[in-house]
Write a protein that binds this ligand. Structure first.
Ligand code: HH2
Length: 278
């Protein structure tokens, strides 16, 4: 049986998104209050989320960076109240990761793949946490200005292979690591589509693949270009998300990071049922 962050499962795991930020692109401002955030996390868990991914800094293109103090102020009180759930902390700062892990989080979701903070690898190793290594070209402030690749799939794949090797050379076990192609992080619509189309090529990295397409802007752009009925509304992002989640699971994604947990759970379980019948 294949392992994800050290736990044995053949199921695809659902990572429910909880942004305790004022400015995240889809749920910004909704969960700044601790009680509201905790309640939403519990609703996602009841709806079927295996992991609750808590972020205190928006990574949307052009977002304002926040200090470690502010990120901790947003994230810690929520993590502390969810000790009974599996929590990942979406951060690039080692001090935030360290304190969140001490407060009960079990996974670090690092969109910089351990690059932005040299101490992050030590924290993950010393605290025995799981870690998601995600690809991003550039930094959130500038990443969408003119993303460029010769072969996006080959370049993202070789970046992730290097980051896995670095992490292992610093003492992490491969079983602690998952990888993520970073949909929307320094990528055009076409780059995102190519990464999804060839997602199966990431399987040979030997780590579970995480995919986050949920409600991202490329969905609306693709649908608008086809003249689809819901192209510019929230529905486009929901049904577009469903299509990409189904595709990603069929191509071997082991974890899907989503906002709409109940809906995407149905999508994931349906794809798994079809796969089992094969
Ligand atoms: N996407 C976002 C944030 N963190 N982490 C991983 N591993 N993969 C992703 O695709 C990913 C991520 C962006 O989405 P969201 O958290 O909804 O928005 P914001 O960054 O504005 O808070």
């Amino acid at each position: 049986m294949a392992a994800i962050f050290g736990w044995d499962t053949t199921r695809t795991l659902i990572m429910g998104v909880l942004n305790v930020t004022p400015d995240s692109f889809s749920d910004g401002g909704n969960f700044l209050d601790v009680n509201t955030a905790v309640q939403h996390a519990r609703e996602m868990a009841r709806a079927g989320a295996d992991i609750i991914d808590i972020g205190g800094e928006s990574t949307r293109p052009g977002a304002t960076p926040v200090s470690a103090e502010e990120e901790l102020r947003r994230v810690l009180p929520v993590v502390e109240r969810l000790r009974d759930l599996v929590v990942s902390v979406d951060t690039t700062k080692s001090v935030v990761a360290e304190q969140a892990l001490a407060a009960g989080a079990r996974i670090v979701n690092d969109i910089s793949a351990l690059r932005f903070d040299p101490r992050m690898v030590d924290v993950v190793r010393d605290m025995g946490a799981g870690v998601v290594l995600m690809h991003m070209q550039g930094a959130p402030q500038t990443m969408q200005q003119s993303p460029r690749y010769d072969d996006v799939v080959a370049e993202v794949r070789s970046f992730l292979a290097e980051r896995i090797a670095l992490a292992v050379s610093q003492g992490l076990k491969k079983s602690q690591i998952a990888v993520d192609p970073g949909i929307g992080f320094g990528k055009t619509v076409e780059h995102n589509l190519q990464l999804l189309a060839r997602l199966g090529e990431f399987g040979s990295l030997g780590c579970p693949v995480v995919v986050g397409t949920s409600r991202k802007s490329f969905l609306g752009k693709v649908l608008a270009a086809t003249g689809a009925r819901h192209a510019s509304g929230a529905d486009a992002r929901l049904w577009g998300t469903a299509a990409t989640v189904a595709w990603a699971v069929a191509q071997g994604a082991r974890v899907v990071r989503v906002h709409d947990v109940a809906e995407m759970l149905d999508v994931v379980r349906m794809v798994e049922a079809i796969r089992q019948a094969r």
